[in-house]
Design a protein around this ligand. Structure first.
Ligand code: ADP
Ligand SMILES: O=C(O)[C@@H](O)C(=O)COP(=O)(O)O
Length: 427
């Protein structure tokens, strides 16, 4: 008798690495056994799990490349038996005017021959709510939340129907809170009505986890779901899976501790300020100095080496919007971003080569660059530090193939004391 290859029920494609761990965290908390891969694996899945999250770094690349990578991920997930596909993007709907949420959604719909899907970044646990199609971050609209100043994806319109319609040829509509509050049957009726009007993608209102749990059953037969991580809490039940805490155990932690931060989001700025105010060792990287040449990476590692045995150190390029704008004006938006990412990735690698085995990385693009530089292929998902941010465990080429604990913190997630408290959560 031949052993049956493991088969998954849910196949997920995430457009950045922090977003991927955020989604995996919600699925694990809802009871699924989950593996996160970095990029599309070359080989079939070996682990016996319910879901795989394929982490891409496709949020800000040209749309055609994002589509090609997402379709590649889709084919691999289908080959592993995935019965439903989940395209995960940011809870603040981060995208450029050209995409990539619209183009990737369209391409996945075409490939899956799917004529209707939903789109909602709602994540109430992190105060992202959608009402009448408008996205709120906490108590304010998206375009007043600080996201209007994002270095790569400034979000200047909170009306998600409008934002998505500008990125897709398919007609975009709205499943509003009146339908969602009544439950799956009313959502189903609303979908039928929208379909008859030629709508192919519907933004969905959700202001609480109860809304998302009510929405879940209405999505059971949808080949493709597109969303932030919030919708994930309502899907495992469709496959007969119930919440459990056993899916999140990680090996014991050891080694030196460090934080690398390239996020310029409001929450990260507060977290850096909090770490510095607590008198902990922190080193700021100056992008203009990086651009001028010299060995800023070597200098940062030399600064960190004697401090690491005492406790966590922080190396950051995190800056206020005015400083970021001024750097971008001098270097160009993409050039500045890529240069800082390269430097922080080299620093992360150097830290791990020097014995760091507990590493926090802040920022989605930054995490992508760091995880790639660390030679990590796959992440095991552990317990949650704050909503959307779990500790993970991974074998790293930079650690000579040994395991390390790593947390990929989304820019706007986490409490102000996150950089200190994260390490306490591992003990
Ligand atoms: N001081 C800075 N000036 C200009 N760009 C910066 C600076 N610091 C970081 N960046 C770039 O800004 C981008 C931040 O994106 P990301 O890492 O995804 O953070 P977030 O998760 O907050 O969106 C990265 O490309 C990073 O290299
Ligand atoms: O959904 C979210 O907000 C996060 O999972 C996410 O994708 C954040 O991206 P970054 O802010 O770029 O870290």
């Amino acid at each position: 008798m031949t052993a049956q290859a493991p088969s998954i029920v849910l196949g997920c494609i995430a457009d950045d690495f922090t977003g991927a761990t955020d989604l995996a965290n919600n699925l694990v908390r809802a009871g699924m056994r989950v593996v996160q891969t970095i990029g599309v694996p070359q080989a079939p899945l070996a682990a016996d799990v319910d879901a795989v999250v394929v982490a891409l770094k496709s949020r800000t690349i040209p749309p055609a490349e994002a589509v090609a990578q997402s379709l590649d991920a889709l084919r691999w997930l289908q080959a592993q038996g995935a019965r439903q596909i989940y395209f995960k993007y940011c809870s603040t709907f981060d995208s450029t005017p050209a995409g990539n949420i619209g183009p990737v959604t369209e391409a996945l719909m075409d490939a899956l021959q799917c004529d209707f899907t939903i789109a909602t970044p709602a994540f109430p646990d992190n105060k992202r709510t959608v009402f009448k199609g408008y996205l709120f971050v906490g108590d304010v609209l998206l375009d007043e939340s600080g996201m209007q100043n994002h270095p790569l994806t400034p979000m200047t319109d909170a009306n998600l129907v409008r934002v998505l319609q500008a990125q897709t040829r398919r007609k975009v509509g709205l499943i509003d809170h009146v339908a969602v509050a009544q439950g799956a049957e009313a959502v189903g009726a609303r979908i039928a009505q929208l379909r008859s009007e030629g709508v192919a993608i519907a933004i969905v209102d959700a202001v609480s986890n109860d809304d998302l749990l009510r929405l879940g059953p209405a999505l059971a037969a949808m080949p493709l779901v597109t969303a932030g991580s919030g919708v994930a809490i309502g899907l495992p039940a469709n496959f007969g899976i119930a919440p459990s805490s056993t899916a999140s155990a990680l090996p014991a932690a050891g080694g030196l501790r460090a934080v690398v931060s390239g996020s310029c989001s409001l929450a990260t700025n507060r977290q850096v300020a909090d770490f510095v105010a607590a008198g902990r060792p922190a080193l700021a990287l100056d992008p203009l100095q990086l651009a001028a040449g010299g060995d800023a990476v070597g200098q940062a590692l030399a600064w960190a080496a004697p401090l690491l045995p005492e406790g966590p150190v922080l190396i950051y390029s995190t800056a206020e919007p005015s400083a970021v704008k001024s750097v971008q004006g001098r270097l160009g938006v993409e050039e500045a971003g890529a240069m800082v990412e390269r430097a922080l990735a080299a620093i992360a690698r150097g830290l791990v080569e020097r014995g760091v085995r507990q590493l926090v990385v802040a920022g989605g693009e930054t995490s992508g660059a760091c995880v790639q530089a660390l030679g990590i292929a796959q992440l095991q998902i552990g317990g949650q530090i704050d909503p959307g941010v779990p500790w993970c465990h991974a074998a790293s080429a930079a650690a000579g193939g040994a395991g390390l604990h790593i947390a990929l913190k989304s820019g706007n997630f986490g409490s102000d004391d996150f950089f200190s408290k994260a390490f306490g959560a591992l003990r």
